[in-house]
Write a protein that binds this ligand. Structure first.
Ligand code: GDP
Ligand code: ZN
Length: 459
């Protein structure tokens, strides 16, 4: 299938000093060639080579930009189409000018994510890999990046393909049984095979689903609320966290308004700090937003960091905050450890009800390592290794895996209850379909369009 030629400004991940105008499609080389002035015409160069020259306005032959141009002929390219990358090092204006000239050559401006979409449509990557490209762009910590990277390399896809093959094997065994009903043992044999293989598939689904919570945190951040009454040290803590991790401020596209969220990186765990504006204003959260709203905020948080002033006796307000935490995981900080201890540690530990209690000083920077350790071990106690097996982090994938698990469970239970195999066949087929949706084998065009529309421009 041949699509039209597209172009966009594409800045490399990590953002360097250069910007790239990227073209993809059958006219990519000839379009670039009309603007390029160098030693050789781009249409004559070998594939996967890079060339120094100038981009000129063909109407005037005036130089617009000095460039390095990469020419990559299909099919060994990201989109499996001819790709040209014009590396510009001038400012934004000249890059935009180069793009403008390119767009005058019967080349269309790419939609967000369209390069990745082409890679998918041309069979270069599957849907889960395409989604990983988007995750990679937005990754908030190195660890999140590793997860996205391994998904992009196809670790999840490989697992899904394996499981689908096993499901096909089961279906094949069932078919044999249906085709040769005269063998008495066939049904018993088939049920046995079905039961064993389906159980294996379910175990594998369970294992990958067990990475979902951590994967999701890595991808989306752990929503964290810092609470405490006025002057206990919330802003100081925030500043310490931000200072140590070089806070990641992410502009999340795809939301109705472009919400600015603040993230800090704690040993690879991206903390998404909720309502930091309130803390920054040195305002007391509870006072400002009211008890019921605070309750809501604390409930929806995945982690609460509650500070109390160790240099003062506990107040009823402190006790109220403990009560608001409820079941949300919390870490209690007895702050101002550099000052004499006035608070009753026994009472604090009692109120903490099993949540870790740490003594900290924002002035002496004491206890911060312990805090980071507590956060990390709270969420990555079991096997967080990005080098491990497939990791699942995407909400869509998690939902499909759960549905697949429930479908295969129906099949297993059917087999256990001696339901005829041709009936359980339906559940196996359903499992196969659901897993297919993850990699994009069995998805609708509208879903594909929706998924790709969330991408960034130039990717
Ligand atoms: P917030 O109102 O909870 O945000 O508290 P702030 O972070 O604004 O701190 C209130 C005051 O307590 C400031 O003067 C801080 O310098 C001071 N403070 C914060 N943490 C500590 C600490 O660990 N030890 C001491 N001695 N002072 C602290
Ligand atoms: Zn404050």
């Amino acid at each position: 299938m041949d699509y039209d030629t597209i172009a966009a400004i594409s800045t490399p991940i990590g953002e360097g000093a250069i910007s790239i105008v990227r073209l993809s499609g059958s006219e990519a080389v000839s379009a670039a060639d009309r603007l390029f002035r160098g030693g050789k015409a781009l249409s004559d160069v070998r594939s996967h080579t890079i060339h120094y020259g100038k981009i000129v306005d063909p109407a005037t032959e005036q130089t617009v930009e000095e460039v390095m141009v990469s020419v990559m002929r299909k099919p060994k390219t990201f989109t499996r189409e001819d790709v040209v990358e014009i590396n510009c090092h001038g400012g934004l204006t000249s890059v935009n000018r180069v793009l403008e000239l390119i767009l005058d050559q019967d080349v269309r401006l790419a939609e967000p994510g369209e390069f990745t979409k082409r890679a998918f449509l041309n069979g270069r990557i599957d849907l889960s890999q395409a989604e990983a490209v988007m995750d990679l762009i937005r990754a908030k910590t190195d660890q999140a990046m590793n997860v996205a990277m391994s998904q992009m390399e196809g670790k999840l896809s490989l697992l899904i393909r394996k499981l689908r093959q096993q499901l096909l094997d089961i279906l094949a065994a069932v078919e044999v049984n249906i085709d040769y009903p005269e063998y008495d043992d066939a049904e018993i044999m088939t049920t046995k095979i079905l039961f064993e293989k389906a159980t294996e598939v379910r175990e594998r689904l369970d294992r990958v689903l067990s990475t979902a919570r951590q994967g999701k945190i890595l991808r989306e951040g752990l929503s964290t609320v810092i609470v405490g009454r006025p002057n206990v040290g919330k802003s100081s803590l925030l500043n310490q966290l931000v200072h140590e991790s070089k806070a990641i401020v992410t502009n999340v596209p795809g939301t109705t308004r472009d919400v600015i969220e603040e993230y800090v990186n704690v040993r690879g765990v991206p903390l998404k700090l909720v309502d930091t504006a309130g803390i920054r204003d040195t305002e007391d959260v509870v006072e400002k937003i009211g008890v019921s709203r605070s309750k809501e905020l604390l409930k929806s948080a995945e982690l609460v960091v509650l500070l109390i002033n160790g240099n003062e006796k506990l107040t009823d307000e402190d006790r109220k905050l403990f009560a608001l935490i409820g079941d949300t995981p919390a870490i209690i900080l007895i702050n101002k450890a550099d000052l004499p201890l006035e608070v009753s540690v026994t009472e604090v530990e009692h109120l903490a009800g099993g949540n870790p209690v740490l003594r900290t000083s924002m002035i002496d920077e004491k206890g911060l390592d312990e805090l980071e350790q507590a956060i990390a071990s709270l969420f990555f106690s079991n096997n967080v290794s990005s080098h491990g097996e497939a990791y699942v982090s995407n909400t869509r994938h998690i939902a499909l895996l759960k549905q697949a698990r429930s479908a295969i469970t129906d099949a297993i239970e059917g087999a256990e209850q001696g339901i005829p195999v041709d009936m359980t066949q339906i559940d196996i087929k359903r499992t196969w379909d659901l897993l297919g949706e993850i990699v994009g084998d069995t998805v609708s065009d509208s879903l594909i369009n929706e998924l790709f529309s969330k991408f960034c421009l130039g990717k």
